[in-house]
Ligand binder design. Structure first.
Ligand SMILES: Nc1ncnc2c1ncn2[C@@H]1O[C@H](COP(=O)(O)OP(=O)(O)OP(=O)(O)O)[C@@H](O)[C@H]1O
Ligand SMILES: [Mg+2]
Length: 509
């Protein structure tokens, strides 16, 4: 046995378990590849304060092979970083910080590159430039999966007309389908949640669609925060104690966590029976556990929420109105809340009536940090929250534990510095009770407004029906009155006209 034991590299692991990363079937692989590249482009542009301009092109090479090209006007990537970014799994700038972004793991684009390499043998091709006075670097990179290290096949300087930005090209085994769960649907939904971006999409069938930005205001820049003590687990606390540069536990607590003032640190240390000047390195297992328990017992202010950047009610409304021809739209942005020490914020929007299909299940669109979630709908906390909301009280039909049946589009967005996805493929959100509660509150508020609209509509329809009956009888009433009162034609005409006028006026009440 001992002879067969050996280390497994993270890339070997994910080669075998690529379903964990969203590459479990060819049509999903196409979407995941596009999504990873587009997520990164958005993150890079927003971090650099640039209004995103992203072009997505998919070329069909054969029915099972596609070339995906994603180009952005972002800040570009410095030459030395390019091989690791695209040729090493778990390498990135976002994992070690608590800040709201689309990417968080450092796997995304290198996993897409690895999938391409595995299925077509082609390297990932990158072109990147950091400014108009800087050279454009062209790289072709493969991953040495055994060592999880990049192998650079080509590294040269080329001409490029873009002033700055990054272009990623991959060839992958995939299939292309139209519809909601496809790249087409993803692009539409991405435009819905990112009104500050301009997206151009060249589909494999040669169609070109362009989504112009509807605002030139960038989303509020999310701030990076330190972890909140109530969100920490014992193992992590022990590792932080080992890694810290702080001289004593007092400054460790105040320096490495958010919302720990010297007073709060003092309370924690008293409860844990640890002297404030103890060196963090000397806080071993039992003492660490006492510290962990003490943290849990002390009241600490909720984490700061300036690390969050919601879409905002107005932007959601504007996007819904632009994308859906509905009779009624509404949106709600909830105040920030906290799960396991992580701040998060929920938003919901509804579009009702108009061109939306009646007598069908409502359409639910889910977003996490502005990224549409297209798969694993039933495993997602958002879906469960929609199912368990009682839509009937808002005048909408619903079977138990299902989506409501109505001409309705439901949009839910969760923004967080750390979104609790159920797996690395980032498709569904874990059902933390705090999150479910917030989603339901947002839906209920939207639902109540929808209910008022639906009931007003129902009243209006009933009144219209009555009016149409009365209208039908007006001429007959004229004839009857003429006979009873022996009116002239002119008088009868006047009576009929007065009745019609009265009926018409009732419409405006
Ligand atoms: N288009 C781009 N422009 C600038 N920087 C980029 C671009 N694409 C990737 N990067 C950099 O490369 C890093 C690695 O990207 P990758 O997609 O592998 O991981 P991630 O985005 O950090 O996390 P996730 O796995 O959740 O997507 C990013 O953290 C970012 O710093
Ligand atoms: Mg990424």
């Amino acid at each position: 046995m001992a002879g067969r034991q050996r280390e497994i590299s993270v890339s070997e692991f994910f080669t075998k378990n690529r379903h964990l990363l969203g590459f479990d079937n060819p049509s999903k692989a196409l979407l995941t590849t596009v999504k990873e590249a587009v997520d990164n482009s958005f993150d890079a542009c927003e971090e650099a304060g640039i209004l995103p301009e992203i072009t997505i092109s998919i070329h069909e090479i054969s029915e099972t092979r596609y070339r995906v090209v994603v180009e952005d006007n972002g800040p570009g990537i410095v030459r030395a970083q390019i091989p690791k970014v695209f040729g090493q799994l778990l390498y990135g700038s976002k994992f070690h910080r608590l800040r709201q972004s689309r990417g968080q793991q450092g796997i995304g684009i290198s996993a897409a590159g690895m999938y391409g390499q595995l299925t077509t043998g082609k390297p990932i091709i990158i072109r990147s430039r950091t400014g108009p006075k800087r050279p454009t670097h062209h790289f072709e990179i493969q991953i040495d999966t055994r060592r999880n290290q990049p192998t650079v096949i080509r590294d040269e300087v080329v001409q490029w007309d873009a002033a700055h930005g990054t272009r990623v090209e991959l060839e992958i085994e995939a299939t292309y389908k139209k519809g909601r769960h496809s790249v087409d649907g993803y692009i539409e939904m991405t435009a819905l949640a990112n009104p500050h971006a301009t997206l151009t999409y060249h589909s494999p069938k040669g169609e070109v669609s362009r989504h112009e930005r509807s605002t030139t205001v960038l989303p509020r820049e999310p701030k990076e925060i330190k972890p909140h003590p109530h969100g920490i687990e014992l193992g992590m606390l022990m590792r932080m104690l080992k890694d810290t540069k702080a001289r004593n536990v007092q400054s460790f607590l105040t320096g490495e966590f958010s919302r720990v003032s010297p007073k709060v640190a003092g309370e924690i240390l008293t409860a844990a029976k640890i002297g404030p000047s103890t060196s963090p390195g000397r806080v071993h297992r039992d003492a660490a556990e006492a510290l962990y328990k003490a943290i849990g017992s002390v009241k600490i202010m909720a984490p700061p929420t300036n690390c969050l950047s919601p879409i905002g009610q107005e932007s959601i409304l504007a996007s819904l109105e632009k994308q859906v021809a509905a009779d009624f739209t509404t949106a709600v942005t909830r105040p920030p809340a906290v799960y396991r020490g992580n701040p998060f914020q929920v938003e919901a929007g509804l579009a009702y009536g108009g061109s939306l299909p009646a007598d069908e299940l409502a359409e639910l669109v889910r977003f996490a940090n502005r990224v549409p979630l297209l798969y694993q709908q039933s495993a997602c906390a958002i879906t469960r929250s929609v199912h368990s909301t009682s839509w009937r009280s808002y005048g909408i039909q619903q079977s138990r534990g299902a989506l409501p049946t109505a001409p309705l589009l439901i949009m839910v967005h969760i923004a967080s510095a750390w979104v609790p996805f159920t797996s690395e493929s980032k498709e569904a959100i874990a059902g933390y009770p705090e999150i479910v509660k917030e989603i339901k509150l947002a839906l209920q508020e939207c639902g109540r407004r929808l209910g008022t609209h639906v009931r007003r509509g129902a009243r209006q329809r009933a009144a219209d029906l009555k009016r149409s009956y009365i209208e039908k009888y007006i001429p007959h009433i004229g004839i009857a009155l003429r006979e009873i009162l022996q009116l002239s034609d002119r008088q009868e005409g006047k009576v009929v006209e007065t009745l019609r006028d009265t009926l018409e006026r009732s419409r405006k009440i």
